[in-house]
Design a protein around this ligand. Sequence first.
Ligand SMILES: [Zn+2]
Length: 309
Amino acid sequence: MAVVGRALGALLAQLPHRRPLDSIQGMPELPEVETLRRGLAGLLPGRVVRGAELGLPKLLAAAPPDGLAVLVGRPVERVERHGKLLGLRCGPWTLLLHLRLTGQLVFVDGGTRFAGGHPVPPFDAPLPGRMTHLALAFDRGALYLNDQRQFARARLLPAAEAAAFVDAQALGPSPLDADLTPQRLAERLARHARLPVKGALLDQRTVAGLGNIYADESLFLAGLHPARRAGALGSAEGARLLGAMRRALAVALERGGAVVINGRAVPLPGKDFLLVHGRAGQPCRACGAKVLKERIAGRGTYFCPRCQG
Ligand SMILES: [Zn+2]
């Protein structure tokens, strides 16, 4: 492992391995990333980076010549979210983190442990572990990026370049943005007029942060069949869809999101709030008809044939 910073091994070794767990679970959609951002925003700002360890060079897709060492001595100022990207702002630098399908972040400081992302390895596993690919040690505590399948990516960029990188992703507005009106949504959907509405919603240029789970949930709440052409929705249907996206995300945010194992949502006991996604063959919660699963827009799509007829 490439080690930068001072006495990092000793710093990491001091950290407790098994502690009470305070975690949110799930990836990779807006509610999970936003819940992760909120948790980290309450923990990281003010902590000073003392060392950084990169165990998987390909994970750091962009960095200055000195790599993560430029962060040493700098406090985290804030934790941002852009679509599904998290950004840690440290002085003139922004560390962008994209957990993708199987990434996980765990912050540990004494008895405090906060984790989010993919639930494998277990959130209370000893750290750093075999799947730890990046670790930041702070004056108090450490943040670990773990990823069993090594899809996660980090970019360490000057803050202005990080903003440009985010812009270049051409992310659409968040469904939660107050200035996203039904008319603006309709205009964005119209760019994908011939796609199924499910596919248009998954395109992050239409709206940012919605993935397979919450696209299904939103379309169910709006009473829209996922295979409808995006360009064929009337204005009342567009307004219904916007309201439905906000409700689906609000419910998930309140609960901290779903657990996602290899792309499939698995509600936790007590978190069984998904209405159609992952419920093929089970009765629709609204009408009792059997929830169907079909491949639409290239993705396994769950819907109620009666409510979304
Ligand atoms: Zn139904």
